[in-house]
Structure formats: structure tokens, C-alpha cells
Design a binder for this molecule. Structure first.
Ligand SMILES: NC(=O)c1ccc[n+]([C@@H]2O[C@H](COP(=O)([O-])OP(=O)(O)OC[C@H]3O[C@@H](n4cnc5c(N)ncnc54)[C@H](OP(=O)(O)O)[C@@H]3O)[C@@H](O)[C@H]2O)c1
Length: 289
């Protein structure tokens, strides 16, 4: 009981959309939360900002020298979709953070992506599936996952599928313009609401606090992989949009991601499927944009 009530200190590195939501949840549970990013004025109140650039080791060392953290969540995202941008955000930034710490945390979490899977035949993938990504983004993310494993700290990688939620209206806006996905070829897409991303991390962090076993890898996605055809046609119906064009997504890959391991760990989704999540978003913001 004492451990359960104990206050812990958590550093969220790259404290953006998911990190800020997670930070708010941890604050509510009575923990001390630090958020590291370049623009700390964008952090929610209560999260203590550490303004630093992950690409600058000396800067990081100077900013982190007086702190010790129980848990580190590394959830930085690349600012540029280039090999250099990915290398800086996911591999160099992670290694710099680990090198700058004065003391190792008891657990490191790293947010990765289902982009590490190469499967393109609509098959199911899970944590045991092979990963041979053909894209630079998947390859660099896999390198970052390997750096996490080599860090000699108890660690967990959480692979998110496509994150949607407040402010991420790209798909809704496309459908609002009357553009949907064609029926053929089948293209399965997988997603998770931003609040569930934070919820999953919070759930796993609390398992560490409670000294329960957690795995080194989780695939975090909702219950219902769905084809882009199904998703976009459902959205068009909800928004009563007249369908004008059909555009096949440029995104490569069609796979179905399984959340079985995550659910076995006891996580209960706030938004188990895209219909629940997007219904909420449409109610909050019926005209998207
Ligand atoms: N979007 C998706 O669909 C998707 C899918 C799978 C996995 N993911 C992963 O999920 C995680 C969380 O995503 P998110 O949506 O919360 O990302 P986000 O809102 O873009 O937050 C990422 C944060 O990283 C910080 N950052 C970037 N470069 C930095 C640097 N050089 N130094 C310090 N901070 C830096 C940014 O803050 P400043 O600009 O203020 O520095 C930003 O707040 C990321 O790891 C992302 O790669 C995303």
C-alpha cells in the first residue's frame, strides 16, 4: 500500500501531444512530472518544463545534471520526414538523453511505431512478427528500438499505430472535401486515439510502480483494424458528405495489428474502435478543419 501511494518523479522527453496528456494523468495521481522539449511554454500547467534540444549533448547534460528520475518516457517525434531528421530525433536524441543522465532510471519507456513492420498482405502482426522495414523511417525506428535494448536499463518499447485525436483532422478534412478511399485494393489501416496512447503508457508505468511484470514490447492499437474504404465511407456518412472522388492512399502497407498482448496486460481502451473515437471528435468539432 505504501508503494502504491508513493510519489514518483517522471521525465517525459519530447513532451508533445501524447506526452502532455500522459503528464496530466500522472500529475493527477500525485506524481512529479517533468517535460523536456525545446518550447516549454507549450506544456500544460503543472508539468515542470526543461527546455533543451535533444541533438545537443552538452545542453542536455547541463539541463539534466541536477535531476534524478524514477521513470523516463522517451516520446520525441521527428520534426522532419527525412533520414537525417529521424536519425536525430529517435537514435541520436535517445542516446544523448541516456548519456546526459546522472543516474539511470528504474525503467525506460520508448514510443515506437508500427512502421517497423514490412507486412503488406493484410496479414495480422503482433510483437512476435518479423520486422524488415523497407522504409528509412521504419529502419531508423528499429535502430532506436535496438538502442533501447542495449541501454542496460529495464525498458519497454510501445509501438503505436496511427495516432488520431483532437487537432488531427487530416482524414476528416479530406473526407469533408468529398474524397474517399477506393474499395480495391484492400488497404487495412490501424489506429489509436491520443488519449489511449497516454492511457496505455500510464497503465504500464503504474505496473512498474506496483512492481508487476511488464514485457519489453507492446503493440498499442485499438481493437478494430479497418480498411481505408470502410473508414472513409463511414466518415462521409456521418458528415453527410457527397462523395466526389476516390483516391488510393500513397501510404505503403496493409496489415492488421493485434492488441492481444496489451489487453492481456489489463488495459481497457477508452476508444476501442475508430467509430467511437471519431464520433467523439465529430461531436466536439462537427465541421472539422
Ligand atoms: N503520429 C503518429 O501517428 C504516430 C504513430 C506511431 C508512433 N508515433 C510516435 O508517438 C510519439 C508521440 O507522438 P506525438 O504525437 O505526441 O508527437 P508530438 O506531439 O509531435 O511531440 C513530440 C515532441 O518532441 C519534441 N521534440 C522534437 N524534436 C526535439 C528536439 N530536438 N529536442 C527536444 N524536443 C524535441 C517536440 O517539442 P519541441 O518542438 O518543443 O521541441 C514535440 O513536442 C512519438 O515518438 C511519435 O514518433 C506517432
Amino acid at each position: 500500500m505504501k508503494d502504491f501511494m508513493q510519489q514518483h518523479t517522471i521525465l517525459i522527453v519530447g513532451c508533445g501531444d501524447v506526452g502532455s496528456k500522459l503528464g496530466e494523468q500522472l500529475l493527477q495521481q500525485g506524481h512529479k512530472v517533468f517535460g523536456l522539449r525545446r518550447n516549454i511554454n507549450q506544456l500544460p500547467s503543472g508539468i515542470q518544463g526543461i527546455s533543451a534540444d535533444l541533438t545537443q549533448l552538452d545542453d542536455l547534460k547541463a539541463k539534466l545534471q541536477n535531476y534524478q528520475f524514477d521513470i523516463i518516457v522517451y516520446s520525441a517525434a521527428a520534426s522532419e520526414h527525412t533520414p537525417e531528421g529521424y536519425q536525430r530525433a529517435y537514435v541520436d536524441g535517445l542516446n544523448n538523453t541516456l548519456n546526459a543522465l546522472v543516474q539511470k532510471p528504474s525503467h525506460l519507456f520508448f514510443t515506437s511505431s508500427s512502421g517497423v513492420y514490412h507486412q503488406n498482405d493484410s496479414s495480422w502482426v503482433d510483437e512476435e512478427s518479423p520486422c524488415h522495414p523497407g522504409t528509412f523511417s521504419g529502419q531508423i525506428m528499429l535502430q532506436a528500438e535496438q538502442a533501447v535494448q542495449m541501454a542496460e536499463i529495464p525498458s519497454t518499447v510501445v509501438r503505436f499505430t496511427g495516432i488520431y485525436g483532437p487537432g488531427r483532422n487530416h482524414l476528416l478534412n479530406r473526407v469533408k472535401r468529398g474524397d474517399v478511399a477506393p474499395k480495391n485494393p484492400d488497404q487495412y489501416s490501424n489506429r489509436i486515439h491520443r488519449d489511449d496512447c497516454a492511457g496505455v503508457l500510464n497503465h504500464l508505468i503504474n505496473k512498474v510502480f506496483n512492481k508487476e511484470d511488464i514485457k519489453a514490447l507492446y503493440l498499442a492499437t485499438d481493437d478494430t483494424p479497418a480498411t481505408m474504404y470502410e473508414v472513409t465511407h463511414w466518415m462521409a456518412k456521418q458528415m453527410q458528405t457527397e462523395i466526389k472522388t476516390e483516391t488510393a492512399s500513397r501510404r505503403a502497407g496493409s496489415k492488421r495489428c493485434s492488441n492481444e498482448r496489451l489487453k492481456e496486460s489489463g488495459y481497457e481502451f477508452i476508444y476501442p474502435g475508430f467509430k467511437e473515437g471519431y464520433t467523439d471528435l465529430l461531436e466536439a468539432c462537427p465541421h472539422a478543419d
